[in-house]
Design a protein around this ligand. Structure first.
Ligand SMILES: [Zn+2]
Ligand SMILES: [Zn+2]
Length: 83
């Protein structure tokens, strides 16, 4: 059974349709202002932020932290996993 993860919050689902039907608490437009977004990279043992290189073992932990090199400004957004 494949797992699908949300790129913004690391939420795990067993199908893309169930993943993208749920509201995302870490959506860039604001908490629950949009749906989970499919992370299109493969499942890894470590995920690195595409903006600053900070890494964590889960997307959930990675995206919980503010990113000092976020495109919207320093700490204006969360780390985002590289594919
Ligand atoms: Zn999400
Ligand atoms: Zn970052």
């Amino acid at each position: 059974m494949p797992n699908f993860f949300c790129e913004y919050c690391g939420h795990k689902a067993t199908s893309i349709s169930s993943l993208t039907s749920g509201s995302c608490p870490r959506h860039p437009n604001g908490p629950n202002r949009g749906k989970h977004k499919l992370y299109e990279g493969s499942e890894k043992s470590k995920y690195a932020c595409k903006y600053c290189g900070h890494s964590n073992s889960t997307i959930r932990d990675l995206t919980s932290g503010s990113c000092p090199r976020h495109p919207d400004g320093s700490n204006k957004g969360k780390h985002a996993p590289m594919l």
